[in-house]
Each structure stands twice: as C-alpha cells, then as structure tokens.
Design a protein around this ligand. Structure first.
Ligand code: EPU
Length: 338
C-alpha cells in the first residue's frame, strides 16, 4: 500500500499553481491499491477528493480530507481489422497517449493534442477541442465504485456524454474513480478538419491531404498560439463553458449585438462563444492583481504568479457579473471549484 502523506502541498499538482494543503495525500498505482485504501474503515467518514492532472480544478481552500491521486499507468492496444482499441491507465498523461496514437498512425485523437490532464479525467468532462470530443472515440472505461469497492465497466451509452458533461459529473459525481479507459481509434486516416482554424493552417502549410501527424502538429500550433502553457503561467484552460441558448434568444441577442459569435448546434439551440462575451465586457488581457484573463483568449483565467485560489475565484465572479449585466447570460464555470 502506498504511503499516506500528511499536510501535503498541492501547489505542484494543480495547473493554476495555487497553494492548497491536503490534510492527507496518497498516490495509488493500481486498482488493488484503491481497494485496500477505500475498504479501510479509517477513511469511511473522511472527505475525499480524486485528482488526475489537476488541470481542471481551482483550490480556494485547503482540503481537510484525503486527496487521492490516480497514478495507474500502462498503454496497450489491439487491432481488429481497421479498428484499434487503445487502452490506457487512468494515470497516464493525456497528451502522452495522444502522441502514442499519433506515432502509431492511429486516427481519432489527433484533434485533442496538447490538452493538459490525465486519461482518467478525459471522460468525466468529455474533453473536447477542434471539432472532436471524447464521446467520438470512447469505447469503455473501468471505474472503481467507492461504495461497493468493486469495478464497473461503462460503455459509451452508460456515460451519457454531452458538452463538457457526463454521468460522472451528474448522477455519479464522487461515486466512481476511473482507473482505465479504452478508446476506439482507426487505422484509416479519418481526418476531422471541420474546425475553421485547422483548415486555414493546413492551407498555409500547403497540406492538401493531411496525415494524423499533420493534424496533431497543426492543432498543437493553434493551441500554443492561443492558450498559455500551464508550466509557465498557471491556468486551467477555458474557465467557463460556452453557454448554450435557445434559437429565439440567440436571434434577440443578435439583433442587439450583430457581431455576437454563436454556432448552431441543432434546430433549436445555439452555442455562444463565451470568450467573445467576456472580451466585449473589456476583460480580455486584463491584469487584475495577481490574476487576469489571457491576452489571446479571454475565456482563460491566468495566475500571474502569486494568486490565491480565492483571488482567482473572486475575479471569475466579477466576469460572471459583468457578462450577466451586459448580455443577460449567466456563465457557468467549467473548472471544478474546491
Ligand atoms: N473569441 C473571442 N474572443 C476571445 C476568445 C474567443 O471573440 O478572447 C471568439 C472568436 O470568435 C473565436 C470563437 O470565440 O473564433 C471561438 O474561440 P476558440 O476557437 O478559441 O474556442 P472557444 O469556444 O473559446 C472551445 C473550448 C476549448 C477548445 C476550443 C477549440 C470550451 C469551454 N472551450 O473554446 O477548450 O480548445 O474550443 O475547440 O468549450 C478547455 O476546455 O479548457 C479548452 C481550452
């Protein structure tokens, strides 16, 4: 059983780089470790928090409970015809897995290059970027049920994926720990270039039939140009979700704000670009004490070095208030607030 550390600093384990102390901290390397840990009566009444890459959370306080970091490793795959079943431990770094797939020329994950975080976290919020979401490549996952101490298998339908959401954030919030994920990829080069910025960059590079590697490189290039690197400037990617509103509401907003950026999702709903709403309120690139928004992407809140989690949280509240008063839209935080 791995050792349990006391009063452990989480500063290096969250991409915002804010200080927070865990009363107890443990890293688990296998499902067996989890079983031993969580069937020990000592922890039954202790508040628990599971972390992976710490790339989607903001600590606003110390955590007076047990922080469990999933560090289960291992990558393997099986090829059946043109289908590839790529399996990875929940503690693998997401982008390492993407690179592995790209190096093997397996198609499906390349649009999700350079997203920070761990494999185990990828289905929880159905991570997505550049026209692809986890739901498009998800096959199944193994998850440890805390209450029963047993492993359950979730297939695509079981996860109830939607935009930045899954059953692990709703009905089963805090009830399961994802230990392994299997993705369904392809040996065929099914490339998704639906996102405008990808096409523009391919055109610039004069690539007409892109490979999986080309897309990965293009996406990485776009991300680096827009998003701050968490290893040099603390952030958790998009801080808010893009709000989804009814068609009629969109038309009303459009008549008042003709430049508003929104994308049709289906016959009745539009997704608004929260970055645009925030920029229109004057927040883009603004430095506010130790925090602020990123100069190239207003949807990203950054830590300029010494921010506390509470400072970042309070800043996000100011943004919510101003977007609400200008547009009547209430932004929903994408980042988990602890
Ligand atoms: N925009 C602005 N100002 C800004 C930022 C954006 O006007 O400061 C407008 C622009 O019109 C731009 C549009 O918003 O064309 C969309 O911006 P972008 O392509 O950067 O995407 P996003 O909607 O802001 C989402 C995801 C990102 C993902 C990108 C690319 C969410 C909450 N965020 O951002 O995911 O990388 O699309 O697919 O859905 C993350 O979740 O952490 C994340 C980075």
């Amino acid at each position: 059983m791995p050792s349990i550390l006391e009063n452990f600093s989480l500063k290096n384990l969250n991409t915002f780089g804010v200080e927070a102390i865990a009363r107890w901290y443990v890293e688990i390397n296998s499902e067996h470790d989890l079983q031993v840990l969580l069937t020990d009566a000592k922890w039954f009444d202790t508040e628990r928090l599971v972390i992976g890459g710490g790339s989607n959370m903001l600590f606003t306080r110390d955590f007076n409970g047990l922080v469990i970091r999933v560090n289960i490793k291992g990558i393997e795959y099986v090829v059946k015809g043109t289908e590839v079943y790529l399996k990875a431990g929940g503690g693998e770094v997401w982008n390492d897995l993407v690179n592995y797939a790209v190096d093997h020329n397996f198609a499906g994950m390349e649009n999700l290059s350079l997203i920070p975080g761990s494999v185990g976290a990828s289905p929880i919020q159905n991570i997505g970027a550049y026209g692809v979401e986890i739901k498009d490549i998800f096959y199944e996952c193994r998850a440890f049920e805390i209450e029963t101490g047993t492993i359950k298998i979730f297939n695509l339908n079981d996860c109830v994926f939607s935009y930045r959401d899954s059953i692990f954030k709703t009905q089963f919030k805090g009830k399961f720990i994802i230990t392994q994920v299997t993705y369904k990829l392809s040996t065929l080069q099914n490339i998704n270039t639906s996102y405008g910025a990808i096409n523009e960059e391919l055109l610039k590079r004069q690539i007409s039939t892109p490979s999986v590697k080309d897309i990965s490189q293009v996406v990485s290039h776009i991300r680096i140009s827009k998003l701050p690197d968490p290893s040099t400037i603390g952030n958790a990617g998009s801080f808010f979700k893009n709000p989804i509103i009814e068609h009629e509401r969109f038309l009303i907003l459009k008549s008042e704000f003709p430049d508003i950026v929104g994308f049709k999702i289906d016959e009745t709903r539009f997704k608004l670009a929260a970055g645009w709403l925030i920029e229109q309120c004057g927040w883009k690139g603004m430095v506010f004490g130790n925090t602020g928004t990123w100069k190239n992407q207003a949807l990203v809140i950054v830590n300029h070095g010494q921010a506390t989690g509470l400072e970042i949280f309070n800043f996000s509240h100011k943004i919510i208030e101003s977007v609400k008063s200008k547009f009547g839209i209430i932004l929903d935080r994408e980042v988990n607030i602890i």
